[in-house]
Each structure stands twice: as structure tokens, then as C-alpha cells.
Ligand binder design. Structure first.
Ligand SMILES: Cc1cc2nc3c(=O)[nH]c(=O)nc-3n(C[C@H](O)[C@H](O)[C@H](O)COP(=O)(O)OP(=O)(O)OC[C@H]3O[C@@H](n4cnc5c(N)ncnc54)[C@H](O)[C@@H]3O)c2cc1C
Length: 410
């Protein structure tokens, strides 16, 4: 079937595949973008709760530092197509962006589908053949070309880009197929694990707090004490979630593989322990007749105040003025360092990204070409790379996708 014969085929119409296909087709190559869903970019549409945190305005050096331990691998792709270049790319295509708190860049209209529409239009304009509802089941390589088996259809190409994503949120299409396809061409696959994901804890008392959210805490463990993660936290039935926890999950994944991790939540990160001690003493002086329970409401939500009373061995009805010194100290210490034992992560299917995938040491970071299989390129989450929350992962998908598409066209 000659019409199924292409210069470049891209497997997967997500963020990285849409960008890769557009870059390849723009160079004049006959390019097909093959997506198993009946529409492209399903995951793109759920990013940032549909508002799409498209990138992070940090300069490349700091951007890369935040993406450790993948900074060396990502260096070339991020410098080649940094956050500001992505924003310009979008502006030129009529998609305005705005920088919010923490350097996160969102779409001005807060509608992820505007970004998807711009990427689809870019592909239409560049002449990409967009193939919907075709799952690539297997790939075969002969000397001259790749053959992609999609049920009854076979597509052939000289250059192949695997952009099939990770294995989180499988309902969007990323079910881990990319791993099997890359492995069939010789690639080693680092075990896929949940990353940027809520955490499970040992302490049963968290279930009493399910749904309670704290807008600004900082979390650390012994190994990350010098660099605590700050942000919002929400208690769940079995543990903790929220932006700070998702980023913390990324930091502690290697530790969790060894054993449970003792984490410390600083509920009052803006005050050091002396300042908090003074403030607590001042609260007692100002409200000597208040009970402990009312006193705590100045600091934490009611239900958390009760948990702190239990942990400190305090009857919450105790009058502030008669609180023994040791219990005052214990209260301040709990507010500054509430201890939790992290036993694991929630499942991969609900994680924001997948840690693991096609081993990055088998891919040339300057081109995204496989070091094992000439003519094969990989980009996006299918590779063992990830970044923190805040627009990093989409930028990684776009930068690696564009580099793969441009390199395939050389
Ligand atoms: C809920 C949620 C919110 C997020 N929000 C943000 C955010 O705001 N900012 C941010 O930076 N990151 C965010 N992320 C992460 C980000 O969306 C991903 O890292 C990024 O989309 C990965 O892009 P990708 O192209 O590598 O993979 P995907 O977007 O997963 O695309 C892979 C595509 O390949 C297709 N495919 C798979 N197998 C086959 C096959 N065999 N044949 C054909 N097609 C196939 C899939 O159907 C899919 O469309 C979020 C993730 C989730 C789950």
C-alpha cells in the first residue's frame, strides 16, 4: 500500500508527538502521526485541571536544576527549545500565556483545548497525515525501514519516533505501549513507577483529617532536610496529597524503595521554632482562660488541633493558663514538625507522571535518536525522565518532541 509509506512516522498524538510530527513535517518530510484514540491530545486536555500549566518561566539553568537527576540528559533539548521559545511559539500561533505564582505559565484563556487546537493546526499546516483510532501493536525493523503493524494496516517509514507516553492516567491512552515497542527494538525499560502522586502513611489518625487542606506547609525528611518542599497539602483517607506532597513524592521515590520514610510537616513554615514559641506564649498570655482547643484554632483547622492535642497528650479542654511547660513545648514542636511515616505511593494509574521507561542512557540527548537502533527516536514521557509539578513535564515533552522531529528530518 504505497500511501502508507512515509519518511517519518510518529507513534502517539500527545504533547510530545504533536510537536515532533509538526517539526518533521515542517521540514518537508512525508510524516504520519498515528494515535490510537479517536482524538489527539487527551492527556493534554486534563492538564492543570483543564487550565493547562504549559511551562515554567525559569531560565534553563534553574529549570534543569529542578529536574534533577535528569538535568544532564535534558540539557540539550531544553536549551534548544526553552520555556520562552515555547511561549513565543504559542503566541505566534494565537495562544496567549500568562505567568502566575511560582513562575508557572498558564494559558491566558485557561482552556487546554486552545493549546491542542494550535498544535493540530500546526500539523495541518505542515502537512502531517493525522491517523486516528489506530493502535500500533508491533514494530519491525529491516535494513531500510520500519514497519508498524496496526491491525490489518501496515505503515512503513524510514524514521520512527516513539512518543507514546508513560503509563499514568491510562484512560487518556498512555497505557505503557511505548515501553513494549521500545523494548522490541532492543531498549532497556526502567521499571515504571508512580511519580508526582499522593502518599500513603502508617498513622491511622490521618483518616480523621480526610479532606482537610492546608494552603502552605513545608515537608521534608532527614535526607531532604536542607531543601524542604513547600506548598499546599491535603489529608486523605490513607495519607496525604496536594501540590507539596506530589513534589515531595518525586524527591523520596528512591528512598521509599528501600524502606518507609519518616517525613516532617512544618505547619508554620513562616516562623522559626523560637518565634513560634514566643507567639504561642503570647497567645496563652492574651487568652489565659481559653482552652487548648480554642487556642489551637489560631494555628490549624479544628480537627487537626484535636489530633495535635492527642499526640501531645493534652486534654483539649485544659485551660491555656495551666498548660504545663512540657506540653507547651511539645505543642510548638508538633506544629513545627508533625511526623508521618510514609509507607508508599498511591497507584501509578492516578499518578501525574510515570518515573521510569526507556532508559535514557541508550538515547542520544543531542538528537533523541536511539543509540541502539539507527533511525529510531524517542521523546516525552516514554523515556525515563520527569520533572516536578509546575509546567516542567509539558515543557520536557515539547522540547524533546521538537528535538526528535527536527533530528529525524536531518
Ligand atoms: C491529570 C494530569 C494533569 C497534568 N497536568 C500537567 C500540567 O498542568 N503541566 C505539566 O507540565 N504537566 C502536566 N501533566 C503531565 C503531562 O501531561 C505529561 O507529562 C505529558 O502530557 C506527556 O506527554 P507525552 O506526549 O509524552 O505523552 P501523552 O500525552 O501521554 O501522549 C501519548 C499518546 O500516545 C498514544 N498512544 C499510546 N500508545 C499508542 C499506540 N500503541 N499506538 C498509537 N498511539 C498510542 C496515547 O493514546 C496518547 O495520546 C499532567 C498529567 C496528568 C495525568
Amino acid at each position: 500500500m504505497p500511501f502508507n509509506n512515509y519518511d517519518v512516522c510518529v507513534i502517539g498524538g500527545g504533547a510530545s508527538g504533536l510537536m515532533a510530527a509538526a517539526a518533521a513535517a515542517e521540514s518537508g518530510l512525508k510524516t504520519a502521526l498515528i494515535e490510537k484514540n479517536t482524538s489527539m491530545g487527551r492527556k493534554l486536555l486534563v492538564t492543570g485541571g483543564g487550565r493547562c500549566n504549559v511551562t515554567n518561566i525559569l531560565e534553563p539553568q534553574e529549570f534543569l536544576r529542578r529536574c534533577r537527576p535528569y538535568d544532564r540528559f535534558l540539557r540539550h533539548s531544553i536549551y534548544s527549545f526553552p520555556p520562552r521559545a515555547l511561549m513565543e511559539f504559542l503566541t505566534q500561533r494565537g495562544v496567549e500565556t500568562k505567568v502566575l505564582e511560582s513562575n508557572c505559565v498558564f494559558l491566558s484563556g485557561e482552556r487546554a483545548y486552545e493549546l491542542l487546537e494550535a498544535l493540530l493546526e500546526e500539523n495541518r499546516r505542515s502537512g502531517t497525515s493525522m491517523v486516528y483510532g489506530r493502535r500500533v501493536e508491533a514494530v519491525e525493523k529491516s535494513d531500510e525501514h520500519f514497519s508498524l503493524i496496526c491491525g490489518k494496516d501496515t505503515y512503513t517509514c524510514r524514521k520512527l519516533i516513539i512518543a507514546a507516553g508513560g503509563a499514568s492516567w491510562p484512560q487518556t491512552g498512555s497505557t505503557g505501549d511505548g515501553y513494549a515497542l521500545a523494548a522490541s527494538l532492543g531498549h532497556r525499560i526502567a521499571e515504571p513507577r508512580a511519580c508526582l502522586v499522593p502518599l500513603e502513611v502508617k498513622e491511622n489518625w490521618v483518616s480523621r483529617l480526610a479532606g482537610v487542606s492546608l494552603p502552605a506547609v513545608s515537608i521534608s525528611c532527614r535526607q531532604t532536610k536542607k531543601h524542604p518542599v513547600t506548598g499546599g497539602l491535603v489529608f486523605t483517607d490513607t495519607g496525604i496529597g496536594g501540590p507539596a506532597v506530589l513534589n515531595f513524592s518525586r524527591e523520596i521515590l528512591p528512598l521509599l524503595e528501600q524502606s518507609p520514610v519518616e517525613a516532617f510537616i512544618d505547619l508554620m513554615p513562616d516562623l522559626n521554632i523560637e518565634e513560634l514559641g514566643e507567639r504561642f506564649a503570647a497567645s496563652i498570655t492574651a487568652n489565659p482562660k481559653s482552652n487548648f482547643y480554642s487556642l489551637m484554632r489560631e494555628y490549624v483547622p479544628r480537627s487537626l488541633g484535636n489530633v495535635i492535642a492527642d499526640l501531645a497528650g493534652i486534654n483539649p479542654r485544659t485551660q491555656a493558663a495551666v498548660l504545663p511547660k512540657a506540653q507547651r513545648r511539645r505543642t510548638v514542636s508538633l506544629l513545627k514538625s508533625l511526623e508521618l511515616t510514609i509507607t508508599g505511593t498511591r497507584p501509578l494509574k492516578i499518578a501525574t507522571v510515570t518515573r521510569g521507561g526507556a532508559a535514557n542512557d541508550q538515547i542520544d540527548p543531542k538528537t533523541m535518536e536511539s543509540k541502539l537502533c539507527p533511525g529510531l527516536y524517542l521523546c516525552g514521557e516514554v523515556i525515563d525522565i520527569d520533572g516536578p509539578c509546575g509546567g516542567f513535564n509539558l515543557q520536557i515533552a515539547f522540547s524533546t518532541g521538537r528535538l526528535a522531529g527536527m533530528s529525524a528530518a536531518l
